[in-house]
Design a protein around this ligand. Structure first.
Ligand SMILES: C[S@@+](CC[C@H](N)C(=O)[O-])C[C@H]1O[C@@H](n2cnc3c(N)ncnc32)[C@H](O)[C@@H]1O
Length: 266
């Protein structure tokens, strides 16, 4: 009998979500029903029907197999950013130091800290809500979170010693912000999205900071849009890096890896 009731509840919730435009209505219904009931469930369904991101309603998102906290007003980590994680890990030496700039919830830094106990991990963001969320995620795994514009909060003693600087900085060109899906436009802060006139303004500031943060053999890894990756790469060249554009069609992801110098034996 309980199974029939469960199936009925699932179908009803899914139908309400689907009629509001949800593409993954059944999966979303399962997640809501697993965590909520009664008035809380009803309010959550209404919020979702009105376009609030599911992750903000649940209070968490899945990233690289981890459940990371995502508070309302904080950018929801995207699956495509797992390419950035993969590239950051590939360039992080044993006992290395990784700094995530523009960290948002610090999903990426948290995945590094969770999987690489040998590494030191620090994350930074300008936004107070993001920093609070990042602390909740990263400090559980021994990482550190600081507040500041780009890298201004990174402790002085770490400058010049970082092995990997990684950032999914905002990269939507300002004129395209109005074309974004309502979920992002209405529920994620402009600070998290607006990449300036050509989308590379914040990325360029990240790369400029990486020049000072990185050790001589360090790398900077930046997420980019596919259409603007060459501009991101050009910014890196201008700052003295050798860029490599990396694509992943399955994740629909693009990132640019910048090396400061070639390894000594190449
Ligand atoms: C696209 S979101 C990405 C967040 C996170 N890296 C992720 O992938 O989930 C960009 C983040 O950059 C932060 N940000 C924007 N401008 C910044 C600045 N000048 N200094 C530091 N952080 C900044 C925003 O607060 C936001 O959390």
């Amino acid at each position: 009998m309980a199974d029939v009731a469960d199936a009925g509840a699932r179908a009803e919730v899914a139908a309400r979500l689907r009629s509001a435009g949800s593409v993954f209505a059944e999966e979303e219904a399962d997640l809501l029903l697993a965590e909520l009931d009664g008035d809380e469930l009803e309010l959550a369904i209404q919020d979702r029907v009105h376009g609030e991101p599911l992750e903000h309603i649940l209070g968490w998102a899945e990233f690289a197999g981890l459940r990371v906290a995502v508070h309302p007003g904080v950018f929801v980590p995207r699956r495509r950013t797992e390419l950035l994680l993969e590239q950051a890990l590939a360039h992080l030496p044993r006992h290395g130091l990784l700094v995530e700039l523009c960290c948002g919830s610090a999903a990426l830094a948290t995945a590094v800290a969770a999987g690489r106990a040998d590494a030191s991990v620090l994350a930074s963001d300008l936004d107070r809500a993001a920093v609070d969320c990042a602390r909740e995620n990263l400090e559980r795994y021994g990482g550190q979170v600081v507040t500041g514009d780009i890298a201004s909060g990174v402790p002085e003693q770490l400058w010049g010693r970082v092995d990997v600087v990684v950032a999914n900085a905002p990269y939507v060109p300002t004129r395209q912000l109005g074309l974004m899906p309502a979920e992002a436009r209405l529920h994620e802060p402009v600070l998290a999205l607006d990449g300036g006139p050509d989308g590379t303004r914040v990325q360029d500031r990240v790369v400029a900071a990486a020049v000072e943060l990185l050790s001589p053999t360090g790398v900077v890894v930046v997420e980019a849009s596919r259409s603007e990756a060459e501009q991101t790469a050009a910014r890196m060249v201008w700052r003295g890096f050798i860029p490599d554009v990396v694509l992943d069609d399955d994740l629909d992801a693009t990132c640019v890896v910048g090396r400061r110098s070639l390894p000594p034996d190449e």
